[in-house]
Design a binder for this molecule. Structure first.
Ligand code: ADP
Ligand code: ZN
Length: 755
C-alpha cells in the first residue's frame, strides 16, 4: 500500500501497459533533467491520438414519461436520438428556458452523466482521391492539349496523373495547385473519385526493396562495423561517435550494424534530422530492410502515426526511422540506436516542453536498454567531441570517400574584391557561374539568414561589433538604435563609426534570399532560377518538388538558405557559392563558429559527388576566421581544437551546462521587474558569477509578447537529480521574493538550450 491517497480502480483500459519499464524510466529522467512535469514527458513519448482523459456522456434513464411536459419529452427523445456528451448538450441547450430544462433533467435523474474513457484513437477513415478505372487520363490530356489553353483545374488534373495515386485529401491540399475548388471541379467531371481507404503507414513512395543491394564494406568501414558489433554481441551499452566526411560511407556502416542487430533478433532505431530533407537516406534503409521499417515522418496523420506506433509495439516492425520524436518509438528490444547528423539542431525541441535533446535522450535510452548508440556526423558537435575526449564515447573514423575526392573550397576575400563586385558576387564567382552555365552545369548559391536578427557591419573592412563579455556578435536593435549582447545584457549605442578601421561606414545587414534571387535574375537573365527557403517549401511537397525539379535539370541555379545544404545529392552541380559567409558568423551565439563550419562542410559535400569535380566558393570579409580556414582544408580536428579552447576560456558549453530561462509577457515593465527579481533569486542560490542577464531575447517581440531571457552556467557533471534539485531551490527562492504582477510573466526553463 503506497503512503499517499489512492482511488479505487474503475476500469482496466489495457491488458498490457502502453509504456514499458524503460520508457517510464526514460520519461522520468527527462522530467528531472529537462525540468518539466513527468506528464509532459510521457505525453511527448506517446503518439498523438493516445489520450488518457475521459469524456462525460449522457444516458437517458427515465422510461415512464407520462407525467412530463411536451418540452421535457422532446428533450429526452432528442438526447436518445443523438450520442451526446455533456459538453455538446450544454452547447445545444444553452439558452434560458432550455438550459433550465436540461439542468432539471440531470438533477431529477432522468438523464445520467457517466464518464466514458476516451477512445484511444479517435479517427475516421481517411478520404483518398483516385482516378476511376473507367477513366483514360491519356485521352483526356490529349483532348486538353488540342484545346490549347487549359484551366487551373485542368492543369491540376494533369499534375494528378503524374502522382502516385491514391493520395489523401490532406496530402494533396498542401499543394497550391490542388485547392478544394480544383479538386471539386475535377471530381464533378468524373475524372477522379473519392474513396475511403485504410491509410498505409508507409504510403509515401520510398523506393524498392532489394536486400541484395547491400554493399560490401571497405576496410575502413569494416573496422567501424567490427567495433560496433562487439558490444552488440555482448549486449552491453556502448556509445560511439562515427566521424566521417559527407559521402564517406557512414550510412553503409549503419545498415550493416542494423542488419547484425536484426539477426540477433533485436530491434533498431534510426534518427535523422528531417525526413523531408533526407529522402535518400530513408530510401537506402528501405531498400535493404523493406517492410521491417516503420517510417515516422512529420506528414503522417494521427491515425498513420498511431498505426506505425502499434506496428512497432507489437513487434511487427523491428526498425523505426524518423526525426526527433522517433527517439520514443516503441521498438521492441532495442539493440542499436543510430543518430545520423548528430550535430543537427533539429534534434533539440524548443517548444513546447519537454525541451529535450533527442541525441542525449537516445544515449540515455541506449544506456537503459543495454543497447549500442552510434552518433554519426561529418561535423560532430562540440558536445560529442568533448565526450570523446572524456572517453564517454569511442570515436570511429571514416576519413575518405570511397569514390571521388573532396571538393576544392576557395575563399574569396571581400576586402580584396571591394572594387570588383557584380552585385553581391565577386567578379571571380560571377565568372565561374557564367562558365558553368555555358557548360550546361548547375549552380547552387547559398544565402543564409538566421531568424530575424540584424547586425551592423563595416562596409570598408567587414568588421562586425562583438560583445566584450561573450565574444559573440552584438545584435542591432533598430528602434532603440543600440547594439546588444543577448547573453550578458551588455549594450551600447550604435553609430556609424567603425571601431576597427575608423571609417564611417557601419550599415545594418540582414537581407533575404528573395533579394538575392532578383539580383541573380538580373546578372544571369537567361538562367532558370529556383529558390528554396522556408517560404517556398511550406507546401506539403514543397521541398521535394524543388528538389526533383533541380535534379531533373529544370533549373540552372538553386538559391537557398541552409535548407539547400542538407543531405541532397546533385550530380550535375559543379559550382557552389556561399554569397556571404559572415551572415552565419554574425548570429549572436557562442555556437556561430561551429554552425559556420558545419554549414560550409555540408555545402562543400554537395559539390563534386559524381564524376565532375566541383568547387565551392566562399565569399567573406573574414578569411582568417578559424571556421573558414578549417572548412577550406576540410580540417575538422584543428577546428574542433580551437573552438574547444575558446569555449573553455569563456566557460561555454560543453565546458558548462547552460540553462536558459525565458520570460514572456505582454507587459514590458512586468517582464523587466520579474526577470530582474528572478535573477536576484538565482544569484542568491548559485552565486554571482554563474548568472547572466536578464536581457531582451534576439527576437524581443513575437506573437504579441515580449521575450527576455537569462541564463546560468552549471557544472558539466551535474546529473538529472542535481539539476532538478538546484532548479527547485531557485524557484523556491524566487517564490519567496516574487514581485507584484509576477503571474502575468511566464517563465520557461530550457536545459542545454540550443539557439
Ligand atoms: P555518408 O552517409 O557518410 O554521407 P554514404 O553511406 O551515403 O555516405 O556513402 C556515400 C556514397 O558511397 C554512396 O553513394 C554509397 O552508395 C557509396 N558507398 C558507401 N560505401 C560503399 C562501399 N562499401 N562500396 C561501394 N560504395 C559505397
Ligand atoms: Zn571598418
Amino acid at each position: 500500500r503506497p503512503d499517499f491517497k489512492t482511488k479505487p480502480v474503475e476500469q482496466v483500459l489495457d491488458d498490457e501497459p502502453i509504456m514499458n519499464e524503460t520508457m517510464l524510466q526514460l520519461t522520468e529522467w527527462i522530467h528531472r533533467f529537462y525540468y518539466c512535469s513527468w506528464g509532459e514527458a510521457i505525453q511527448a513519448a506517446l503518439p498523438v491520438g493516445l489520450n488518457f482523459s475521459s469524456v462525460k456522456k449522457l444516458r437517458v434513464k427515465k422510461s415512464n414519461r407520462d407525467q412530463l411536459t411536451k418540452k421535457e419529452k422532446e428533450l429526452l427523445e432528442d438526447l436518445e436520438a443523438g450520442d451526446y456528451t455533456l459538453q455538446n448538450a450544454r452547447k445545444r441547450w444553452r439558452d434560458g428556458v432550455e438550459k433550465k430544462l436540461l439542468n432539471k433533467a440531470i438533477k431529477s435523474g432522468w438523464i445520467e452523466v457517466w464518464e466514458q474513457p476516451r477512445q484511444r484513437v479517435d479517427y475516421k477513415t481517411a478520404k483518398h482521391w483516385k482516378i476511376p478505372a473507367s477513366i483514360e487520363p491519356k485521352e483526356i490530356l490529349e483532348d486538353l492539349s488540342e484545346k490549347g489553353q487549359s484551366k487551373k483545374w485542368e492543369q491540376a488534373f494533369e499534375e494528378l496523373t503524374k502522382l502516385d495515386l491514391p493520395k489523401t485529401h490532406r496530402d494533396l491540399l498542401g499543394d497550391e495547385l490542388f485547392t478544394p475548388y480544383t479538386l471539386k471541379r475535377i471530381e464533378e467531371e468524373g475524372w477522379i473519385e473519392s474513396v475511403d481507404l485504410p491509410v498505409e503507414t508507409n504510403s509515401q513512395n520510398i523506393g524498392v526493396h532489394d536486400p541484395e543491394l547491400i554493399k560490401t564494406l571497405t576496410e575502413k568501414q569494416k573496422n567501424s562495423f567490427d567495433a560496433i558489433r562487439e558490444p552488440l554481441d555482448e549486449r552491453v551499452f556502448k556509445s560511439f561517435l562515427l566521424y566521417g566526411v559527407t559521402g564517406s560511407g557512414k550510412t553503409e556502416v549503419y545498415i550493416h550494424a542494423l542488419k547484425h542487430c536484426l539477426e540477433q533478433d533485436r530491434g533498431g532505431l534510426v534518427l535523422v534530422p528531417e525526413i523531408a530533407l533526407t529522402p535518400q537516406t530513408v530510401q537506402r534503409f528501405y531498400q535493404i530492410f523493406g517492410d521491417q521499417i516503420a517510417v515516422l515522418h512529420s506528414r503522417l496523420s494521427d491515425r498513420e502515426r498511431f498505426e506505425a506506433w502499434q506496428s512497432l509495439k507489437s513487434g511487427d516492425k523491428r526498425i523505426a526511422i524518423g526525426p526527433r520524436s522517433a527517439v520514443f518509438a516503441p521498438v521492441q528490444d532495442v539493440g542499436l540506436i543510430v543518430v545520423d547528423e548528430e550535430h543537427d539542431t533539429s534534434y533539440k525541441q524548443f517548444d513546447p516542453s519537454p525541451r529535450y535533446h533527442a541525441r542525449d535522450v537516445a544515449v540515455m535510452r541506449a544506456h537503459m536498454e543495454n543497447a549500442v548508440v552510434v552518433l554519426g556526423s561529418a561535423t560532430p558537435g562540440m558536445v560529442s567531441v568533448k565526450a570523446v575526449m572524456e572517453k564517454k564515447h569511442e570515436m570511429l573514423q571514416l576519413p575518405l570517400r570511397p569514390t571521388g575526392t573532396m571538393p576544392e573550397v576557395k575563399i574569396l576575400n571581400l576586402l580584396e574584391y571591394k572594387h570588383a563586385m557584380k552585385g553581391s558576387l565577386t567578379a571571380e564567382l560571377h565568372l565561374e557561374i557564367e562558365e558553368a552555365l555555358e557548360r550546361d552545369e548547375q549552380v547552387i548559391l547559398l544565402y543564409n539568414r538566421r531568424g530575424y536578427s540584424s547586425y551592423l557591419q563595416c562596409e570598408d573592412c567587414g568588421h562586425i561589433p562583438q560583445s566584450p563579455h561573450s565574444s559573440t556578435s552584438l545584435t542591432y536593435h533598430k528602434k532603440k538604435n543600440i547594439l546588444l549582447c543577448h547573453y550578458s545584457g551588455y549594450s551600447r549605442r550604435a553609430d556609424t563609426h567603425c571601431e576597427k578601421c575608423g571609417s564611417d561606414n557601419m550599415v545594418s545587414k540582414g537581407s533575404g534570399t528573395q533579394k538575392v534571387e532578383e539580383e541573380m535574375q538580373d546578372l544571369f537573365p537567361d538562367a532558370r532560377l529556383l529558390r528554396m527557403d522556408r517560404d517556398t517549401t511550406s507546401g506539403k511537397f514543397g521541398h521535394q518538388k524543388i528538389y526533383e525539379k533541380f535534379l531533373n535539370g529544370e533549373a540552372d541555379i538553386l538559391i537557398g538558405t541552409q535548407l539547400v545544404a542538407k543531405g541532397l545529392d546533385f550530380p550535375n552541380v559543379t559550382v557552389v557559392g556561399v554569397v556571404n559567409a559572415d551572415t552565419e558568423l554574425a548570429f549572436p551565439s557562442f555556437r556561430a563558429g561551429e554552425r559556420m563550419f558545419q554549414l560550409l562542410s555540408q555545402v562543400a559535400g554537395r559539390a563534386g559527388r559524381a564524376e565532375k569535380p566541383g568547387i565551392v566558393y566562399v565569399q567573406t570579409w573574414k578569411p582568417d576566421h578559424p571556421a573558414i580556414v578549417s572548412a577550406r582544408t576540410h580540417d575538422f580536428k584543428s577546428f574542433a581544437k580551437q573552438e574547444l579552447a575558446n569555449r573553455e576560456m569563456l566557460n561555454f558549453p560543453p565546458y558548462s551546462r547552460m540553462v536558459v530561462f525565458q520570460f514572456k509577457s505582454k507587459s514590458i515593465s512586468k517582464i523587466q521587474t520579474v526577470s530582474n527579481r528572478f535573477c536576484d533569486a538565482m544569484r542568491k542560490v548559485v552565486g554571482e558569477n554563474v548568472v547572466m542577464g536578464p536581457s531582451p531575447s534576439v527576437i524581443e517581440w513575437m506573437n504579441g509578447q515580449f521575450q527576455w531571457e537569462a541564463n546560468i552556467k552549471l557544472k558539466r557533471t551535474y546529473n538529472a537529480h542535481v539539476i532538478e534539485e538546484l532548479l527547485n531551490r531557485i524557484f523556491d527562492k524566487y517564490k519567496s521574493m516574487k514581485p507584484k504582477g509576477a503571474s502575468s510573466v511566464r517563465i520557461n526553463v530550457d536545459v542545454d538550450a540550443v539557439e
